[in-house]
Design a protein around this ligand. Sequence first.
Ligand code: 1GP
Length: 247
Amino acid sequence: MCQIEKYILQKIKKSPIHMTLIDPEKTYPKQALEIAKAAEGAGTSAIMIGGSTLTTPYNLDKIIKAIKKKVKIPIILFPGNISGVCKYADAIWFMSLLNSTNRYFITGAQILAAPLVKKYSLEPIPLGYIIVGEGGTAAIIGQARPIPYNKPEISALYALAAQYLGMHFVYLEAGSGATKPVPSNMIKLVRSYIDIPIIVGGGIRTGIDIQNAVKAGANIVVTGTIVEKEALIKEKIADLVNNLHDK
Ligand code: 1GP
């Protein structure tokens, strides 16, 4: 097992963690650096970089280079396509969108990205990505059939298959900016099916949302939208991180 994955596993063994997602399509390098610095100061454990509609690697390279100079926590790519692979990051969620209806998002982009990941010596972290609820842009671009919130058992089946296929993490994604985060009963049921760590993201904005997710069994909670507006980033993330432990 490689370095970044080890770092994540060691942390979540002690308590659930928070990761901050930056969308390179919506953020300039200077702004991304401010977000990453504030997030690090507030106790986030890693910076994830990616988005569903990223078409040009130019801004991505600049953002990651800027963050890398000043921030010590790992930078993990969260790609929506091969355009999201960048040599300056530390690791990549090597993800398969399991409930896509298009093979391209399950194994197609991955076979094209794999040689780049190798060439750039990026650490691949195998991840089963499951889109639920509204699903947002990720569901539209990824041609997913999002699992409705009233069908938690279907998410559990996907998650179990992900574990049996050898993936190291499962991500329950409600979609960036979702009006309702992944419901507790869905996370709880998935938790009862699988042993690998669960990442939850999409629509999480408050300490209560975080508490609900970790109480239900999430190991990693991801927020993105909450830091896209520049005011009070550190305070906002600190509030979320503090609520990881208020069980
Ligand atoms: C999206 O799960 C992430 O991929 C984060 O969602 O932007 O709603 O925080 P938000």
